[in-house]
Design a protein around this ligand. Structure first.
Ligand code: ADP
Ligand code: MG
Length: 855
């Protein structure tokens, strides 16, 4: 039987070592895929599947992509959850004899991809390593693109849910798991459903030779060291370079950060919205006025891990305050920051040798701004801005080197050349002048040849196949000299060469090759000179990111009329907000007025608020608003409110009743009860709990009983700040039995058969559910509504107990009775009919409020 061709033998040997990756096998100007890889790739990327004779009578399925456009194809495969191994020709095919040596130079995975534009600018790209020991879960996590590394340790039994919260907060794109089969399955299930995908692989090839950073050594924890070695070993394996240690190593868990449960992050839409998991409409979106990608990434991290330490919060507040009160300075800083590129990631590309000259120019442009930024920060008086200034270094020598060496006027791509400046290297300049002279030589040659032969239509041209040639159109009537050697016939011209032209060609091409080689060598040398300064420049990048975040929060405060909340520590916790607004709802509906509301929570008389009111009244919005304002305050941000006093909370939990919970698609009553049970186990006196319509997933009495028992339990055993929204107005009787439970309701006004939503939270409770009123607002047929009323009357009559039992009536502080003639006049001027009922009500409310204030 025939043997495989040598090429296919080589392919098979290499492929055998990279079973779990798609092998991009370099053949000349193409990367080719064979067999299964070809079938997969052609399907995923819609490439044509062809075949190659494999030698043993077999035709191997094959498809390919041009090498210079490979990045985009690799990127698309990575996005679809594959790994790609890049196999290059390791010797120059022009000079090697026989089969060219080939080898894999890099494996590209979702967590290690570094191509420009392949990872989102404004968020980190995390690769995580999980090591399960008999007791613990040890984690190391890296963002290869920025050179940052984190570690964490969780008790396997007691802190399992905290571990999963961490996973959903960071949502890594790739995970390497050294865990039991059982836990692997659990993680596979979790990342598939809750993270929207994350490439998992097993790896246990620990690299003992890697040097361990001090920050990890000092922990004196073998499990974390093991996880670090695992992560480093994996990186070495895929990047194929000895990975130098990370620039910064930080703990994932800190005592001084607020724990946000997965549910809470999602439900409050802090960094991802519920609709499509994107940024739009999130708190991050509202607060993000950053000007650099580094700042945007850091702001996201601030939001994912708010502070709990009063002093740290105040430090940030002071910085923001200083910026807000010096708006001219702030504008100047914004202008300067906007000229800074993402050099944190550029530095990593330099480190891993994946830069283009364009990157170095961007680095230069960024470094250029630094002295001016420092000058501007010179006068700062807040500690945090002073620190930022101290940590920004100008890196003058690197700037000068780049300024002297890098040409601004080229394309910035290696293949186009001319990226090294004229005057930087004498040898290069000389080679270039040879190249330039040869252009002159060609012009002279063309002229003299025309004179010699009398062929005026003669031209000199060049192409990659034939090199230089004379081109003479068929229309030429003058005889061709006999020393012209015919090379090619075109439709309307003939091409010739002469010995003289050939001789020139060899000289010119070698000059061209030499120039290219020297230019590349100089470029590599420049990068080598930069490398030792990378850690220091990374520190500068980090300081700039902090500055950008502070400026961003200051800009948000100035633009959206936010105020500085007072942050207090000590025993007597409080969450006290006057005229608070929901930042995202307010922003999403600029045309509509947002009704501000107060909140008072403390451990003395108002620990637990029961909020009743009909559907659509604004209960959920109000509760979320409280949690969102707490989070804003704890990242140091100013908040949309009249004034506020907070003591930091340690954890925030939210649970939204099953029927509202569309986002996960797994909204069963069981899931809800699991979550509630988790809250009851995890919450402390300093936690904030939001329970929104829990108990809806089962029968009314069943659900109401559970809801009631949950509230009682929190009130008796946990004493956490709790907001409990329910349309079971019957639950308001609980306030009669506890000092610390208070009833609130979102006020509505009944006008005949209509209701008007006032969106004002007032003490008291709703005495009914107003379901039929809401149905009327939604435009259900009149007959249907009449029938619903009949049914309700029947039910209420049959129901032994009085629906109004224990309910506290709404206080009559609603502004609707303040109507006066001026409002009526104003109303006549607007087209009420074109508004939605809710818009109309909002407008009425605004007008009546204005009337109250005598405007
Ligand atoms: P509920 O939970 O009581 O059913 P929601 O909180 O979902 O009600 O609010 C219903 C709608 O009312 C929301 O879409 C929101 O736009 C609007 N809304 C809520 N609170 C306010 C407010 N304070 N000011 C203006 N509009 C509000
Ligand atoms: Mg609701």
């Amino acid at each position: 039987m025939a043997k495989k061709t040598p090429l296919m033998e080589q392919y098979k040997v290499i492929k055998a070592q990279y079973q779990d990756a798609i092998l991009f096998f370099r053949l000349g100007d193409f990367y080719e895929m064979f067999y299964e890889d070809a079938i997969t790739t052609s399907r995923e990327l819609e490439l044509t599947l062809t075949g190659k004779n494999a030698g043993d009578g077999e035709k191997a399925p094959m498809c390919g992509v041009p090498f210079h456009a490979a990045e985009i194809y690799v990127y698309r495969l990575i996005q679809k959850g594959y790994k790609v191994a890049i196999c290059e020709q390791l010797e120059d095919p022009k000079v090697s004899k026989g089969l060219v040596k080939r080898g894999v130079v890099r494996i590209i995975t979702p967590g290690t991809i570094l191509y420009e534009n392949s990872i989102a600018d404004k968020s980190n790209n995390y690769l995580i390593y999980v090591y399960e020991s008999s007791r613990n879960l040890a984690v190391t996590m890296a963002d290869v693109s920025t050179g940052e590394c984190w570690w964490g340790l969780w008790d396997k039994k007691k802190e399992r849910s905290d571990f999963f919260d961490m996973l959903s907060v960071y949502s890594p794109s790739e995970a390497i798991l050294e865990v039991s089969d059982d836990f692997y399955n659990v993680l596979e299930n979790f990342t598939g459903t809750s993270l929207g995908g994350c490439l998992l692989s097993r790896y246990a090839d620990i690299d003992n030779t890697i040097s361990i950073p001090n920050e990890i050594m000092e922990l004196d924890c073998v499990e974390v060291v093991h996880a670090y070695q695992g992560l480093s070993g994996y990186l070495k394996e895929v990047m194929k370079t000895a990975v130098s240690s990370f620039y910064t190593v930080m703990p994932l868990r800190q005592d001084c950060t607020l724990t946000l449960s997965e549910e809470c992050l999602r439900n409050l839409e802090i960094t991802r919205n519920m609709r499509d998991g994107g940024r739009k409409g999130t708190l991050l979106d509202v607060l993000d006025y950053t000007h650099t990608a580094m700042g945007a990434r850091l702001l996201k991290r601030w939001l994912e891990r708010p502070l709990t330490d009063v002093n740290q919060i105040i430090l940030r507040q002071d910085g923001i305050q200083e910026l807000v009160s010096h708006t001219t300075e702030m504008t100047v800083l914004e202008e300067l920051l906007s000229q800074i590129f993402d050099f944190e990631r550029i530095l990593t590309r330099i480190e891993t040798n994946t830069t283009s000259p364009k990157d170095l120019l961007a680095l230069k442009a960024s470094l250029k701004i630094l002295p001016t930024i420092k000058e501007r920060l010179q006068g700062a008086s807040s500690i945090i801005l002073k620190n930022v200034n101290k940590n920004i270094h100008v890196h003058g020598t690197i700037y000068e080197l780049l300024d002297r060496s890098m040409n601004e006027n080229g394309t910035g791509n290696i293949k186009d050349g001319r990226y090294i400046k004229e005057g930087y290297n004498a040898e290069l300049d000389e080679l270039r002048s040879v190249k330039k002279n040869s252009q002159q030589w060609i012009a002279n040659m063309e002229l003299s040849e025309k004179e010699k032969t009398g062929i005026t239509k003669l031209k000199i041209g060049f192409n990659n196949v034939f090199g230089y040639y004379f081109e003479i159109p068929h229309s030429n009537k003058i005889p061709i000299p006999d020393y012209y050697i015919r090379k090619q016939t075109l439709v309307n011209a003939e091409r010739y060469v002469t010995p003289e032209l050939k001789e020139f060609e060899i000289k010119a091409l070698s000059a061209k090759e030499k120039t290219e080689a020297l230019e590349l060598k100089i470029y590599q040398e420049i990068k080598a000179q930069i490398r030792p300064d990378i850690p220091a420049m990374q520190r500068t990048a980090r300081a700039l990111a902090s500055l950008d975040c502070l400026v961003s929060l200051a800009r948000a405060a100035a633009t959206d009329r936010y105020v500085r909340p007072s942050i207090i520590g000590g025993q007597h916790g409080t969450i006290s907000i006057k005229d608070g607004r929901h930042p995202m709802v307010e922003k999403a509906n600029k045309s509509r007025i947002f009704v501000p509301n107060d909140t008072e929570l403390n451990h003395i008389s108002q620990e637990l608020l029961i909020i009743t009111g009909p559907n659509m009244a604004g209960k959920s919005t109000y509760m979320r608003q409280v949690a969102v304002l707490v989070i804003m305050a704890q990242i140091g941000s100013f908040i949309p409110a009249g004034e506020a006093v907070f003591s930091p909370v340690d954890k925030i939990f939210t649970r939204v009743g099953a029927t509202d919970d569309i986002a996960t698609g797994q909204s069963t009553f069981m899931v809800e009860m699991n979550e509630v049970s988790r809250i009851l186990r995890g919450a402390t006196k300093n936690s904030l709990i939001l329970l929104d319509e829990i108990g809806r997933g089962t029968s009314t009495y069943d659900g109401m009983s559970i809801a009631r028992a949950v509230v009682e339990y929190i009130d008796k055993h946990i004493h956490a700040y709790t907001l409990f929204a329910t349309h079971y107005h019957e639950l308001s009787t609980m306030a009669l039995h506890s000092e610390s439970i208070k009833n609130y309701t979102v006020s509505v006004k009944e006008r005949g058969k209509d209701i008007i939503f006032l969106r004002r939270i007032v003490p008291g409770s709703a005495d009914r559910s107003y379901g039929i009123h809401v149905a009327r607002l939604a435009g259900l047929p009149a007959d249907l509504l009449v029938r619903a009323e009949q049914i309700l009357e029947g039910l209420e009559a049959n129901d032994g107990k009085n629906a109004k039992d224990g309910a506290i009536p709404i206080q009559e502080d609603t502004p609707m009775n303040l109507f006066n003639s001026s409002i009526i006049t104003e109303l006549a001027n607007v087209d009420v009919m074109s508004m939605t009922p809710i818009e109309a009500m909002d407008m009425l409310f605004r007008l009546s409020n204005e009337a109250k204030e005598g405007r």
